[in-house]
Design a protein around this ligand. Structure first.
Ligand SMILES: Nc1ncnc2c1ncn2[C@@H]1O[C@H](COP(=O)(O)OP(=O)(O)OP(=O)(O)O)[C@@H](O)[C@H]1O
Ligand SMILES: [Mg+2]
Length: 291
C-alpha cells in the first residue's frame, strides 16, 4: 500500500513538474520578451520551447502577433515621417532660396517669379490638405457631409473646370452620366474626381477619356477610363498606398498621395475604389458608393 502510494506520488510529481515546465517556459519567454519590448526593442518575440500546452501556445502566438503589429506600426510611422519630410523639403528650399534672393536684391520680384512662388505655396497647401484627409481617413474621422445631390451636374462642372488642362494633355473628355440623385458628400466626391482627372492629365497617354456614372446592383459607380499606358497587374493594389508613385510624369514627380486620398474618401462613404484594366489598353478607376 505504502509502496503504491509512493510510486503514485513520484509519478504525480513527475507529471506535475513536466506540466509546470510546459506552462512556465512559454510564460518566462513572454515575460522576457515583454521586458525587451518595454525597453524599446520591438523585434523581441517569445519562443515555444518544450511543447507548451494549448493556452500557453495561444499566449505566445497572441504576444508575437501584438509585437509584430507594434513593429509594423513603428516602421510605418518612420516611413511616413521620412516621406513627409522629403515632400516638404523641395518646396521649402525653393521658397527660402527665392525669398532670400529677393531680400538681398539678387532676384527682382517679377510677376513670373511671384507666380512660381505661389505655385510652390499651392503645392504645399495641397500636400497639407492631402495629409490631413489621409490622417482623418486612417483614424475613421474623415467628416462626410451626406446629402441628396445632383451629382452628375457637379461632376460635369468639375470636368469643365479641368477641361483646358485635359485638352492640353491631348485628352478628349467623353461624359456618360447616367445617374440622377445620389446621397453622398458632393465636395469630397468632386475632390476624388479631380484627383483622378489630375492623374489622367499627368500619367495617361493622349486619347479619349471616358468619365461615367451609373448605378448597378445597388452600387453607384463613378469611373474614369483612359487609353493607356495602363497600370501593371502587380501594382493595381499598391497604387492606392500613400507615397506610392511611378516614374516621373508630365508635370514632374507627384507626391503619390492622390489615389490614397481617393480611397480614403470612398471608404469614408462606405464604398471603395479599384483599378481595372481597360479594353482601350489603359486603366479604369472605378469608385463605388453604396447606392
Ligand atoms: N491614369 C493613370 N495611368 C497610368 N498610371 C497611373 C494613372 N494614375 C495613377 N498612375 C500611377 O499611380 C501612381 C500613384 O498615383 P497618385 O495619384 O497616388 O500619385 P501621383 O499622381 O504620383 O502624385 P500626386 O497625386 O500626389 O500628385 C502614379 O505615380 C502613377 O505611376
Ligand atoms: Mg495623382
Amino acid at each position: 500500500m505504502a509502496g503504491t502510494l509512493l510510486v503514485a506520488l513520484i509519478l504525480a510529481t513527475g507529471v506535475a513538474v513536466k506540466l509546470a515546465r510546459r506552462i512556465l517556459a512559454p510564460l518566462n519567454s513572454v515575460a522576457a520578451s515583454l521586458r525587451r519590448v518595454a525597453e524599446g526593442d520591438l523585434s523581441a518575440r517569445a519562443t515555444m520551447d518544450g511543447s507548451p500546452i494549448g493556452e500557453a501556445t495561444r499566449l505566445v502566438l497572441d504576444f508575437n502577433n501584438l509585437a509584430e503589429q507594434m513593429e509594423s506600426m513603428a516602421r510605418d510611422r518612420a516611413f511616413w515621417n521620412a516621406a513627409i519630410a522629403h515632400e516638404l523639403r523641395t518646396p521649402v528650399t525653393v521658397l527660402r532660396g527665392r525669398l532670400q534672393g529677393m531680400t538681398e536684391g539678387v532676384f527682382q520680384p517679377t510677376p513670373a517669379l511671384l507666380a512660381g512662388l505661389l505655385s510652390q505655396v499651392e503645392g504645399l497647401a495641397r500636400l497639407v490638405e492631402d495629409l490631413r484627409v489621409l490622417g482623418l481617413g486612417e483614424s475613421g474621422r474623415l467628416d462626410i457631409q451626406l446629402e441628396q445631390c445632383d451629382l452628375a451636374a457637379s461632376l460635369r462642372d468639375a470636368v469643365g473646370t479641368l477641361e483646358p488642362n485635359l485638352r492640353a494633355a491631348g485628352l478628349v473628355p467623353e461624359l456618360e452620366m447616367d445617374t440622377d440623385e445620389v446621397v453622398c458628400d458632393p465636395v469630397r466626391i468632386r475632390q476624388a474626381l479631380m484627383a483622378l482627372l489630375d492623374n489622367a492629365i499627368n500619367h495617361a497617354e493622349s486619347g479619349p477619356l471616358h468619365i461615367r456614372s451609373f448605378r448597378r446592383h445597388g452600387l453607384y459607380h463613378l469611373q474614369v477610363e483612359d487609353a493607356g499606358p495602363g497600370i501593371p497587374v502587380a501594382l493595381r493594389e499598391s497604387v492606392f498606398d500613400a507615397f506610392h508613385r511611378g516614374q516621373k510624369s508630365r508635370s514632374g514627380q507627384g507626391s503619390g498621395l492622390g489615389l490614397a486620398v481617393v480611397r480614403a474618401i470612398a471608404r469614408a462613404h462606405g464604398g471603395d475604389v479599384r483599378c481595372l484594366p481597360s479594353s482601350q489598353g489603359g486603366t479604369i478607376f472605378d469608385l463605388t458608393l453604396p447606392g
